[in-house]
Write a protein that binds this ligand. Sequence first.
Ligand code: NI
Length: 392
Amino acid sequence: MNINSRLTEWHPEMTSWRRELHAHPQTAFEETFASELIASKLQAWGIETHRGLAKTGVVGVIRGKQTGNARLRNIGLRADIDALDIEEQNDVPHRSQNPGKMHACGHDGHTTMLLGAARYLAESRNVAGTVNVIFQPAEENEGGGRVMVEEGLFNKFPCDAVFGMHNWPGMPVGHFGVCSGPIMAAFDVFEIIVRGYGTHAAMPHLGIDPIVTAAQIVTALQTIASRNTNPLDQLVVSVTQIHGGDTWNVIPTEVKLRGTVRTFRLETQDMAESHMRRIVSGIATSLGASAELHYDRRYPATVNTPQEAEWAAEAAADVVGQPQLDTNVLPCMGGEDFSFMLLECPGSYIWAGNGPSDNGRVLHNPRYDFNDDLLPIGASYWVRLVERLLGS
Ligand code: NI
């Protein structure tokens, strides 16, 4: 492996930042601890630092000292900084000090890898262009990436390309995975309110049963994936909640269903929503009930542009060697709000192996912990990517 020697030197220090961040997790737009830590380090390293974008977001601007013709002039490197509403079950010295909050997705590691790279780039400034290091809040659920874009991220900090990285449990440390095209899915949520007519459970003929109606809706929704979607395309429709009824002998008035839809293509997303509307209203009407559908598109699909995916792959191969790089990973149906940045700017999102996924070491598990062995590898990837794209 070809790890940057300064980053190897800084590995113990980076490990301590990562663990400090891990011990102080905060969620959506409240990441004041991380924001403060990031800004103070960037400033200490002489990096022009901008705060306040999407509340707790931080952007550092590192201008290279070289002149000449690089492939690009300005690039963005993005790390997410937020934690999750999970009670940590690890018994380690750096365990979460904030009850009910935890870095269970490794964003503490993402922040640290980008900090390490920023420090190196500020020290060397050995490129002919500008690197914007983007520390983004609220990746989980609240779309901090969208808020940063709406608040003018790319107007204030123009980027010819933007890049993201996520640790990947189950992939060995020292391996990377990337692909051209969709890598993470669009994430939609829905709520269906089925209204019937409440009555005595022993006299169902006097009412309209929303439970029977809801059950048929749940079953029929499975046909969106099995009968309406091209078998070579991908779609998931999952009903994840059913709420209705309070006792044995009453048919309730109302049942609520909730769930999520995942897709990779806008046409498939549109198709899923319109079929869901047809199924929900058609089944409710046919059984004499009525139904309301609230369909909310949360994150679009994360779609890597071909050229940028190739550049990301080349940089990763420089660090870990071609055999440890998979350039054709199977995309994941999870959502990612880096997608909002990719709607505005070409770019690529890469996975970096976090090691075995046993003993709870999977994303969003209360026993997950970012693998510190990955720190200098991920940071070296960032540096190599910058050198390849902005090197003269
Ligand atoms: Ni994550």
